[in-house]
Write a protein that binds this ligand. Structure first.
Ligand SMILES: [Zn+2]
Length: 158
């Protein structure tokens, strides 16, 4: 995981609210509208949405690299009504109609497992954005969350 927290565009005045790490109990998986790098996403979130910084905690790019984009204790903006308790992991590709390439899928799997292990997050607290209440979205597109969770339990061997 490449840590770019300090090098991404941030809002000149706003900061994300800080939480206790122990309040983290959910991982939410997203996709992006297009192939973007963390700088493009951060610039968009800050300039267009007027957010304190990039909304996601980690971003996986189409080259299967994994970028750490906020501090875990910062409450980013990625899932309405659930930000306080969740980490947002974004596959920065358009998955509306296509499945992610195998290497990107594996990178996403590994990243989610790493966060889930770090915060003792159970399999069924690993969600696709559209599985969250109050969120009317198709995100993360073609990514099948049942299969994704099944792959995680297979990798973990339990
Ligand atoms: Zn989403």
């Amino acid at each position: 995981m490449i840590d770019v927290v300090q090098s991404l565009p941030r809002h000149p005045e706003k900061n994300y609210v800080i939480r206790r790490l122990r309040s983290i109990d959910t991982i939410v998986v997203h996709h992006a509208a297009a192939d973007h790098n963390p700088w493009q996403i951060a610039r968009h979130h800050v300039s267009e949405h007027d957010w304190p910084g990039i909304g996601y905690d980690a971003v996986i790019t189409s080259d299967a690299l994994v970028w750490k984009t906020t501090l875990d204790r910062e409450i980013g903006y990625h899932v309405r009504g659930h930000n306080t308790r969740s980490l947002g992991i974004c596959i920065a590709m358009d998955l509306e109609e296509v499945y992610p390439p195998h290497n990107v899928y594996l990178a996403a799997l590994r990243t989610v497992i790493r966060y889930a292990d770090a915060y003792s997050i159970g399999l069924y607290q690993i969600k696709g954005h559209r599985e969250m209440s109050y969120n009317n979205t198709i995100c993360p597109g073609a990514l099948n969350m049942e299969r994704f969770r099944k792959a995680i339990s297979t990798v973990r061997g339990r």
